[in-house]
Design a protein. Structure first.
Length: 609
């Protein structure tokens, strides 16, 4: 049926039209999904022409990589290709968004308008409301083919069927692992192996250098850049941020300075420059089957995103590392390079504060804890988090014993329910505790299950290649038949590399009034040595640059505990809290001061350096 007709369709002559030509002839942009509704015009975004045409059957290119900034039109290029496949070269296609939910939103917000507003497609893809349409939000049938929409977090969706066409959108937002079955990009590409004339389109804004998927794919390609001519001297060049100039912090004065003649180029002159631009490959050693395209938002058409806007956003973000990271990723279309500067442990030791271990500071804070499981002990740090990612280490405990023995888990339960004293006798308990399940996994699962009803515990596992600090969880409880229990326990993947980079950036903040400053009580030197026990190094592996964390000291448990405590705070959503949510914390009623003895921390030992 569908698959049979798709097979025979592969023997048909190639259509005369290319993807860009089909788009100009037939594609209609909707009012709901486009800022410029009406007939599609490739001349509006000339740099998309070669990208789209590389997806045409007449091109020998098999894999197209598009590493880009925002406001460029990358997703629409993919949508044009989908329409072309439905109308001109039908066959099975898989569209993968970062999550299943995002796939559904894309289907309703982008794919449905594509079909509805393009007459030749509307005639071929039946209305899902029709009783015999065979169409759903995640599956669209048409004569000779089908489009299936899924998420990178669903291994079932990625194993659904063999496909000739594969559209992987925003791959840097994919989880590092799909339901425990491996890398979602590799799983998806494996679906195309039975088709000799397959086409694969990978699109994304990049994230972190050494981790970014789209950067790795681009580096393995022929690395094409869009060269545009100077309107004054006709010198062809790649638009670079270093050539954007402005005066007296005034974004309105933004212009481009030619690298050759130093002529002043205004934003409106981009129209002619883009029309005369051309893609040039910079790596001629490749076999021609993988075409890589890189472009920044500086190329965005007039009326979409201007150089003045780029300058304004840069000035707003340049002094905030988190904002600057987003700006570099989304505007320049480049990866963020983590400095990974190891803080000086002696400096951290010398700036300790005299607040009592086990007590809560003045202000609006929430408590989390991170637990590192070793073969002969549990190590735990309790951290108080305030606005702007400010933090206070409240306590650090080591429970010695075999993880197979219930005694140490009972001690952990006591800590989970311990009442920490704050100002005026107000009591605090840990709001979320993250327990590493990398060692003694079943024991961790058993303890977490026993406290699931509290909503204050989570099992976590560090993932070095994860592209986000905390990823969607996978379910680990299964039935006798092998099915995962919907209400079973969850395992949360933690992006330890990203969180270590963030922590080291925060540890290097020296002014305690700044956002993100880390406060510490009078712990011994060993704590600070462990907290700074790793460094970020860059290696070249098989021709690719790769960043990884390397130990510079044997013991790093304090670092791991802090990372898991931070992951717990992300699970609570504190980075997204509004002022009223923080204010509600201060509405705790005063309670009677407890006569409980403040426990002695592991780190109240010898404090000689």
């Amino acid at each position: 049926m569908i698959y049979s007709s798709s097979f025979y369709a592969g023997f048909k002559p190639d259509p005369l039209l290319k993807v860009s030509e089909w788009s100009d002839e037939y594609r209609v942009l909707s009012q709901t999904a486009s800022s410029e509704p009406g007939k599609w015009r490739t001349e509006r975004t000339p740099y998309l022409k070669e990208i789209m045409d590389s997806l045409s059957p007449s091109s020998k290119v098999e894999r197209v990589i598009f590493m880009k900034g925002a406001q460029i039109g990358g997703t629409e290029a993919g949508n044009n290709w989908i329409g072309y496949v439905i109308d001109q070269t039908p066959g099975p296609m898989l569209v993968v968004q970062p999550t299943v939910e995002m796939g559904k939103r894309w289907s309703k917000g982008r794919f449905a308008p594509l079909i509805e507003n393009t007459p030749c497609l509307k005639d071929k893809v039946k209305d899902p409301r029709s009783r015999d349409s065979g169409n759903t939000v995640q599956s669209k049938e048409f004569p000779g083919g089908i489009v299936v929409i899924t998420g990178a977090n669903s291994s079932v969706g990625l194993r659904s069927m063999p496909v000739k066409y594969l559209f992987l959108d925003e791959i840097d937002a994919y989880p590092g692992d799909s339901s425990g079955e491996g890398d979602p990009v590799l799983l998806s590409i494996a679906r195309t192996n039975t088709f000799t004339r397959r086409k694969i389109f990978l699109v994304s804004t990049p994230t972190v250098h050494g981790i970014s998927r789209i950067e790795k794919e681009f580096e393995a390609s022929d690395k094409r850049y869009f060269f545009v001519p100077c309107p004054h001297c006709n010198h062809h060049q790649v638009l670079k941020w270093s050539q954007i100039k402005w005066e007296d912090k005034d974004p309105k004065t933004a212009h481009y300075e030619c690298t050759e003649c130093k002529g002043k180029i205004e934003n409106h002159q981009k129209i002619d420059m883009l029309a005369k631009g051309e893609w040039r490959a910079t790596d001629s050693t490749k076999d021609g089957k993988t075409a890589g395209f890189h472009i920044s938002s500086l190329y965005s058409p007039v009326g979409w995103y201007s150089w003045s806007q780029a300058v304004a956003e840069f000035l707003h973000s340049k002094d905030n590392e988190q904002l600057l990271k987003v700006w570099i990723n989304t505007v320049l279309g480049e990866t963020w390079v983590d400095r990974g500067e190891v803080p000086d442990w002696k400096h951290l030791f010398e700036r300790r504060e005299s607040y009592l271990i086990g007590t809560i500071p003045e202000g609006e804070v929430v408590l989390t804890a991170g637990v590192d499981v070793q073969k002969d002990r549990l190590e735990v740090e309790v951290v108080a988090w305030g606005k702007g990612r400010k933090s206070w280490s409240i306590d650090y405990q080591v429970f010695e014993g075999d993880p197979g023995d219930k005694v140490i888990w009972n001690k952990l339960s006591e800590l989970l329910n311990h009442h920490f004293l704050g100002p005026h006798g107000v009591e605090y308990t840990i709001s979320m505790m993250a327990v590493d399940a990398g060692y003694a996994t079943q024991e961790v699962y058993n303890w977490v299950r026993s406290h699931q009803g509290s909503g204050r515990v989570m099992a976590v596992k560090g993932m070095n290649k994860a592209l986000v600090p905390l990823n969607s969880p996978s379910r680990v409880d299964i039935t006798v038949s092998g099915k995962k229990l919907r209400r079973g326990m969850k395992l949360w993947p933690v992006g330890v590399s990203i969180l270590k980079s963030e922590l080291f950036q925060l540890l290097n903040i020296s002014q305690n009034e700044e956002a993100g400053y880390c406060h510490f009580p009078e712990y011994s030197p060993e704590y600070f040595k462990q907290l700074t026990a790793e460094q970020l190094i860059t290696k070249v592996v098989k021709g690719y640059t790769k960043q990884e964390w390397q130990k510079i000291r044997d013991r790093n448990e304090a670092l791991d505990c802090r990372i898991y405590a931070r992951a717990a705070s992300i699970a609570l959503g504190i980075d997204r809290w509004q002022e009223n949510q923080w204010s509600s914390l201060s509405e705790k009623t005063e309670s009677r001061k407890k006569s409980e003895k403040i426990r002695k921390s592991k780190w109240l030992g010898d404090q000689n350096v």
